[in-house]
Design a protein around this ligand. Structure first.
Ligand code: TNX
Length: 532
């Protein structure tokens, strides 16, 4: 009976060539499995959208669907990115066009969407994503992805149907800084591995990729004026493996790829501590003029640039100049944490000389929150990585700096550190900040986390992933999933959507997508995963 129907449609097709698109739509409808799953509800998205109005019949992607886009190259690139996701699994051509009615439409408009917001409306005729910027279109595309069945993420043809529930999502982020940090120093990760993580960050609407490019165990970026930093300082890693470094072309490839996913790269050169790799590469950077050996352990806080030597600032100037020239983004992170072998006076003096160098090369300083113990430059951001047990005095310094205009990025270690073990049984990760299960990493509010911090001082959140114990993409993913989407939601979603009971259900629904994408993840008992 169904075969007969299909044959009949095929005859119709041949007869009515000019109505090809319409006929294929009907044909696909007729051939759909009788018990097609209900489309994903519009609010089953992570991060939770700001506003959802369900209603009306769904939209279905068919063989005849086209992706219409008008506007600049960046907007067309978003359409192309969407096509690249949809084509392998649907098996449809999905041409990207500049005209035509219906279908999937990406439209740059003047609306009140903010710099990264969008509106997605879905009806039987069309799915339209409107935004003021290509970034907004891109985030809208991530929502569209999550509204389609998880099988859309596979790279072979899947049965469908490809239905999007009817209604409207209107969405805009709570914070402008929604970051993830990857430590490529303790273990080196290749450009391909970094790109894979970038794709995963994009799925949850993160917009900053902070790369921790140097530490005691390895210097990972080529600096022409100090070539041994990379060739020698980058030649090992924790455990004694071969390490590695990015050439300038590699780094630019990461920057370019991140930009194509609307993420800004924030490079970090950690100083004055965490610098053994540099000190080992150039004897003159040491106060005693003697280069220490390369370091492959995991202790912290034993190294320092020589604050009293002028050559130190020539070195910093060269590194920042070359790195700033490679970095189109606004920020440059100068680390500044755990400088335990630098006196307070030296630390403050060092930061007083280094911050103007960052400004000289057109960048804005970001530092770990110890920077608030010195004098943060005008406009600088401090990244808070304290935890519940951090001393009241240290917290007060951070709060005071925020009251005086220093912006904060929140990465509390006992909430947002993706390298903390979930439980004592977690095979990877560290536990100095305690165990951080999925609920703990999600269940806090960046807006009220540090009492006394003025409302506008919180610029956003970031999930750091330190790599002392992590060696490959599977390791990265196992620690990031499922906590990363929770931190992303804290950065994106309005505070009034925050609800663990509802979040855990939305989170559980993501697992099928991770499986389709081949992402490793931790099956936390706190989340109702169902059959996944
Ligand atoms: C603290 S957080 C560090 C890193 C370690 C990390 C391990 C911070 C600014 N410093 O050097 O890798 O803990 O969790």
């Amino acid at each position: 009976m169904r075969d007969g129907l299909v044959r009949q449609h095929h005859r119709t097709l041949r007869l009515l060539g000019s109505l090809l698109l319409v006929a294929v739509g009907v044909c696909a409808t007729g051939a759909a499995p009788a018990r097609a799953a209900a489309p994903t509800p519009l609010d089953r998205v992570v991060p939770a959208p700001a506003s959802v109005t369900p209603g009306g019949a769904p939209y279905r992607i068919t063989r005849g669907t086209h992706i219409r886009v008008d506007g600049p190259r960046e907007a067309r690139q978003v359409a192309q990115y969407l096509a690249d996701i949809l084509r392998p699994s649907t098996g449809y051509r999905l041409p990207v066009t500049t005209r035509g009615e219906g279908g999937i439409r990406l439209a740059l408009t003047r609306g009140d969407f903010g710099a990264e917001g969008y509106r997605l409306s879905s009806s039987p005729r069309a799915v339209t994503i409107s935004a003021r910027t290509p970034a907004g279109l891109f985030h809208g595309v991530q929502t569209l992805r999550q509204l389609l069945p998880a099988a859309v993420e596979r790279d072979t043809v899947q049965p469908g149907p490809w239905t999007v529930a009817g209604g409207t999502v209107t969405d805009t982020p709570r914070y402008g800084w929604r970051g993830a940090m990857l430590d490529v120093s303790r273990h080196f990760f290749t450009v391909e591995q970094v790109k894979r993580y970038i794709d995963q960050l994009a799925l949850y609407k993160l917009n900053k990729l902070h790369l921790h490019l140097s530490d005691d165990q390895g210097w990972r970026i080529a600096i022409d004026s100090w070539p041994r930093l990379a060739t020698y300082g980058g030649s090992t890693e924790v455990g004694g493996g071969p390490g590695g470094h990015y050439t300038k072309a590699d780094y630019q490839e990461i920057v370019r790829y991140a930009a194509s996913r609307h993420l800004e790269v924030v490079p970090e050169i950690d100083m004055p501590g965490h610098t053994n790799a540099a000190l080992a590469s150039y004897a003159e950077l040491n106060c005693d003029g003697v280069a220490p050996p390369l370091y492959t352990g995991t202790a912290v806080g034993f190294s320092s640039l020589c604050v009293g030597k002028d050559v130190t600032y020539d070195f910093v100037d060269d590194v920042i100049r070359e790195l700033a020239a490679l970095t189109p983004g606004r920020y440059l992170h100068i680390g500044g944490d755990e400088a335990h072998s630098t006196s307070h006076e030296d630390y403050a003096a060092f930061m007083d000389r280094v911050q103007p160098i960052v400004a000289k090369y057109g960048k804005t300083v970001v530092g770990w929150h110890q920077l608030t113990g010195a004098a943060p430059a005008e406009g600088a951001l401090a990244q808070y990585w304290g935890l519940d047990r951090t001393s009241a005095q240290e917290k007060a310094r951070v709060v005071k700096a925020a009251q005086n205009g220093t912006g904060l990025v929140l990465s509390p270690a006992d909430r947002a550190y993706l390298d903390m073990k979930y439980t004592e049984d977690t095979p990877l990760g560290l536990s100095w900040a305690g165990y951080v299960e999925v609920r703990r990493s999600y269940d806090w509010d960046p807006g009220t986390y540090l009492p006394g911090v003025p409302e506008g001082a919180v610029k956003g959140v970031e999930a750091p992933l330190w790599s002392e114990t992590l060696e490959d993409s599977g390791h990265i993913e196992f620690m990031a999933f499922p906590r990363l989407p929770g931190v992303a939601e804290l950065g994106w979603s309005p505070a009034d959507t925050h609800d663990w009971e509802r979040y855990k259900v939305r989170l559980a629904a993501q697992a099928e997508r991770w499986n389709a994408l081949g992402i490793e993840w931790y099956r936390s008992p706190q989340v109702p995963w169902g059959a996944q």
